[in-house]
Design a protein around this ligand. Structure first.
Ligand SMILES: Nc1nc2c(ncn2[C@@H]2O[C@H](COP(=O)(O)OP(=O)(O)OP(=O)(O)O)[C@@H](O)[C@H]2O)c(=O)[nH]1
Length: 332
């Protein structure tokens, strides 16, 4: 392709950020914003069953899920396969038809973005059809210091960002924000940083910006285009529960509070959609370390069986204890 030809490849935005930073909130903001673009979404979650796909606003037919493993470890497989399927769907060749102008990939909070980005350069078919537009990393202002101190996934996500959204600015002071901004700038001075609440950002600042610069990434990581194994924090595991019988919300909160007293630091993320006795709507439950909340969201759809699905992600999770206590939350 010469410089004179317009690039007709489909732009791809990769959303990263540690567990609970605000990626799904950003995705929902993008999907509901009035930009006139059709967006295909690929959601990858940590854990065997996805909760996020239930929390993404009314765009069922556009969501492609990847729950068979971490996106950064399965790039050679699942991501390439899904992108190829998307291309077929766009060209009307596959079983599924899809009309879209761009692709948004929400990675798990534990994903290293580098191997995801790599896919768009090293796989010829993907490189021919898709163009990496930007890596957008959402940072949780409240918990970022802890996550950056502890694990290399959070560090990689910041280091590889083209855009940094310093989110949840409502939860910390101006002084803390400035300190964190300094830290982020030291780690990645090339990224543009925006402060946000509820991941509210002008869509024009994150989509169609052509911010991904391969040369700059090669400066950070000279081995970027070479396949390499990467390590994960193997201590992090997840426990998933499902229950058809209605639950008692007080009991759920009580057992989580008990757990969090001693394990709040290690409990990165817990979230779910719950079927609560006496509540007609489904209840969405969101937790990050010691902070949690829940709210009635929408009526169950006619094709949904009201049930509770809940996932906990963290270190040193006592699966047996969780299963026992969760079972005790069934309403009497
Ligand atoms: N106080 C506050 N809460 C926020 C803000 N942005 C998002 N949240 C909340 O943080 C929680 C996690 O947000 P998500 O968008 O689900 O985060 P995520 O990065 O997609 O989480 P995972 O996919 O589990 O890694 C939700 O309860 C959001 O409502 C913010 O700016 N301020």
């Amino acid at each position: 392709m010469t410089n004179l030809q317009a690039d007709s490849r489909i732009p791809v935005t990769v959303l990263t950020g540690f567990l609970g930073a605000g990626k799904t909130t950003l995705l929902n903001h993008v999907l509901t914003a009035n930009h006139g673009e059709k967006i295909a979404v690929i959601v990858n979650e940590f854990g065997e069953v996805g909760i996020d796909n239930q929390l993404v606003v009314g765009a069922d037919e556009e969501i492609f899920e990847m729950n068979n493993g971490c996106i950064c470890c399965t790039v050679r497989g699942d991501l390439i396969r899904i992108l190829a399927q998307l291309m077929e769907a766009k060209l009307g060749k596959g079983k599924r038809k899809a009309d879209f102008d761009r692709v948004l990939i929400e990675t798990t909070g534990l994903a290293d973005p580098a191997p995801v980005a790599q896919t768009f350069f090293v796989d010829p078919e993907i490189a021919e059809n898709f163009q990496l537009d930007a890596i957008v990393t959402v940072v949780d202002a409240k918990h970022a210091d802890q996550h950056l101190d502890e694990g290399h996934e959070a560090q990689e996500q910041v280091a590889f960002a083209d855009i940094l959204l310093l989110n949840k600015t409502d939860l910390v002071s101006e002084a803390e924000l400035q300190k964190l901004e300094k830290r982020l700038h030291t780690m990645n001075s090339a990224a543009k940083l925006y402060r946000t609440q509820q991941s509210q950002i002008d869509i024009k600042q994150i989509l169609g910006i052509g911010a991904f610069d391969l040369d700059k990434k090669l400066e950070i990581d000279p081995g970027f285009l070479e396949e390499e194994d990467h390590d994960h924090d193997d201590d992090v595991t997840s426990v998933f529960f499902r229950e058809l019988r209605p639950l008692d919300l007080n009991k759920v909160e009580q057992f989580l509070n008990e757990w969090l007293i001693d394990h709040g630091v290690d409990t990165f993320r817990y979230k779910g959609v719950l079927n609560i006795k006496g509540v007609k709507k489904r209840v969405v439950f969101q937790g990050i370390h010691m902070l949690f909340s829940s709210y009635p969201d929408r009526d169950w759809k006619s094709n949904e069986v009201p049930s509770s699905e809940f996932v906990v992600i963290g270190r040193n999770l006592d699966e047996e204890w969780f299963r026992k206590r969760f079972a005790e939350c069934v309403a009497s």
